[in-house]
Design a protein around this ligand. Structure first.
Ligand code: ADP
Length: 342
């Protein structure tokens, strides 16, 4: 089972908003997370796949079949929304069996299937409960079991954790991922939470202004963002405007920094991306890219400190994460400076 979006373009009538030439692929059992700032087109993409919006150009192939023109109920897609959208007057087991009832599966068979699903999602003991007596996290697992009960060709998760407390979100993330893998469900997850995307997904699609900026593994998105917009959206970083002044040397205004410049020409404007965990506090006096300055705002996060380092002569603070607070110098290891074309 696979889901393929091939050059999808869609604009809302009378506007220029929507999606512009978006292509991505979710292979069997993969979870692809779609992230991006508010208004970037995440919901639009999900609605097109689900059949809730129609009229795009390009094709959406579910298991190799073009679903254009097929109404939502014929696409055999399972959906989980931010708000649980369960039926409060039905028991847990009847909620899970609901999609099977619509498909005219005989009573016994659908009850058995629903109970199997509840066992596999760790909810067996709640089968007869009313929905209102479940916690938010449990309700989302019921919604997931209900979506999987119909044996969908694809599973669409629309901000499934956004309405829950931070304390249970992390745990439910792991549970959803385990269940998704157990069912080998071909899954598209939409989230505004980049940490959720990085931890749960096999691949991440980053959208902005309706365009796909990057589609890669979480590691690649974090380590080698395609451009400044991706770098700004995913993870914490300092992004310094700079100019290439020689082979493997850039000028960031307050300092000249050694780093691989690759194919770039002398005089070219670039952005130098540095992740906070890669900055070395209290370096030796002969360290490469050693910079002096002083500590700005500090935040103690329990396992580490996150703080601003104000380099002498720099307009921007450098964001540092480390186990101890630097003194009056840091170093930027050349191999951890990633250049992005401006
Ligand atoms: P996201 O889910 O990433 O926040 P959306 O897919 O909801 O983004 O929206 C993408 C763009 O389309 C935004 O500019 C939004 O204002 C616009 N948009 C969304 N829904 C409609 C609509 N029904 N009519 C017109 N424009 C819309």
């Amino acid at each position: 089972m696979s889901l393929l979006l091939d050059h999808i373009t869609y604009t809302y009538p009378g506007t220029t908003h929507g999606l512009h030439d978006v292509s991505l692929r979710v292979d069997t059992g993969e979870l692809v997370a779609v992230i991006g700032p508010s208004g970037s087109g995440k919901s639009t993409l999900l609605k097109l796949v689900a059949g809730l919006e129609t009229g795009h150009t390009g094709s959406i192939l579910l298991n190799g079949e073009n679903v254009a023109g097929k109404p939502m109920h014929q696409r055999n897609i399972g959906m989980v929304f931010q708000q649980y959208a369960l039926f409060p007057h039905l028991s847990v087991v009847d909620n899970v069996a609901y999609g099977l009832k619509l498909r005219k599966v005989p009573l016994n068979e659908r009850q058995n299937r629903a109970r199997d699903l509840l066992a596999l999602t760790g909810l067996a003991e709640y089968a007869e409960r009313s929905i209102s007596r479940l916690s938010g996290g449990q309700q989302q697992r019921v919604a997931l079991a209900r979506a999987l009960a119909i044996d969908p060709l694809a599973l669409l998760l629309d901000e499934p954790l956004a309405a829950l407390d931070a304390s249970i979100r992390g745990h439910l993330r792991d549970q959803i991922r385990t269940i998704q893998k157990r069912f080998n469900a071909t899954t598209l997850l939409v989230t505004h939470d980049q940490e959720e995307a990085l931890t749960m997904a096999d691949k991440v699609a980053v959208l902005k202004d309706g365009r796909l900026l990057q589609f890669s593994t979480p590691e690649e998105i974090y380590r080698a963002p395609a451009n400044k917009a991706v770098a700004e959206f995913v993870g914490l970083s300092t992004i310094l405007p700079a100019t290439v002044i020689a082979r493997d040397l850039i000028d960031a205004g307050f300092a000249r920094l050694a780093t691989a410049t690759g194919h770039r020409q002398v005089g070219q404007s670039v952005f130098a991306l540095i992740r906070p965990e890669n900055i070395v506090p209290t370096p030796s006096s002969d360290a490469t890219n050693r910079i002096s300055g002083h500590i700005g705002t500090q935040r103690y996060l329990g396992s580490i400190y996150r703080y601003d380092f104000l380099a002498d002569g720099a307009a921007l603070p450098l964001l540092v994460e480390s186990h101890q607070i630097a003194g009056n110098a840091i170093a930027l290891p050349p191999e951890h400076i990633t250049l992005l074309d401006s």
